[in-house]
Design a protein around this ligand. Sequence first.
Ligand SMILES: Cc1cc2nc3c(=O)[nH]c(=O)nc-3n(C[C@H](O)[C@H](O)[C@H](O)COP(=O)(O)OP(=O)(O)OC[C@H]3O[C@@H](n4cnc5c(N)ncnc54)[C@H](O)[C@@H]3O)c2cc1C
Length: 339
Amino acid sequence: MSQTVTIVGGGLAGLSLGIGLRRRGADVILHEAACYPRHRVCGEFICGLRPETTAILGISDLLEDAIPCQVTGWYHKGRHAWRKQLKRPALGISRYRLDLRLAERFQALGGTLLEHSRVPYEQDAPGTVWTTGRRAEQSDWMGLKFHCTGIELEHDLELHVGDSGYMGISKIEDGRVNVCGLFRKREGLSARKEELPLAYLRASRLDNLAAKVDSSCLDSSSVVGISHLTYRWKSASKGRLALGDQYMLIPPFTGNGMAMALQGAALAIEPLFAYSQGKQDWAHTLKHVQVGLRRTFRRRLAVSRCIHPLIFHRKGQPILSTANRCGLLPFNFLFNLTH
Ligand SMILES: Cc1cc2nc3c(=O)[nH]c(=O)nc-3n(C[C@H](O)[C@H](O)[C@H](O)COP(=O)(O)OP(=O)(O)OC[C@H]3O[C@@H](n4cnc5c(N)ncnc54)[C@H](O)[C@@H]3O)c2cc1C
């Protein structure tokens, strides 16, 4: 007897899981609180995604025209700190484009997509997968992002670290550049939505970057911000099947959150398909997926959460820069541990 899989949350994890399950013939209903397309706070830099993952999900073709980003440059308060070449190029594509493509693919495969459908958190039941993204909690962090044109980049991805915040700039489609940052909230700093990124750049003593951004052509419709962001080590409640950010949040400097969302979906497909075909009960399905998630992500989450505070700490930043200048920063080793 076949059973329907209900997915709550149509971001990367939910949509890609829906596609993977539909390709195998499972019945899937997906609820998305908002609609497509829309801009999301995200660096739009997909790092550490393996071709095997997109092949399992059946979405490789949707990423074919993403911009390959291989050379990354780190800056500390305007000064070039280091340049690193990634072993495998990361991919630059806007969420506006990618989420829409995934939603269309899911529907083309016969999946039922319900937009503007917010499911209450309490409404958990066997067969429900929670891919609702980060949990909204009070926090000190603020995430901001926008698109612009007319900015010259020295590297495919530039990460500018300032006082209590950083801004990543990377190439996406159509000659556009995504500018996205994470900052500690500053009480008393107020500005109109479109001016908030510039205000935060200046307050973080990233004046050179602010000047560069100020002279670019900003797409005001793409400016988005979020304020409830917590990087505390906290997983979804035990009895619930959660993937992507809802399972666990990885600090954005890794550029690995999207790859993790897709990887989590890929590893959940077979157990969920077995459930949908009545070949495995929900308790076993849940355990199977949770063991896989823990085994796959435990190390990268632990290491990146140790590095994250160093990037923001006034003393941690020069330590990182000096260690790098002296050749003591094992970039490749740390990269492998966090991806
Ligand atoms: C500042 C910042 C920069 C980042 N930069 C990068 C980067 O460069 N590279 C990278 O890989 N990752 C980055 N990330 C992380 C990345 O955005 C996430 O890891 C990724 O979006 C997780 O995908 P997801 O599917 O789990 O959640 P989301 O993409 O957030 O999707 C969740 C969906 O669930 C819906 N939803 C929520 N609640 C409900 C409900 N009750 N009912 C129905 N629907 C609901 C939401 O509307 C949303 O569409 C960044 C994050 C931040 C904050």
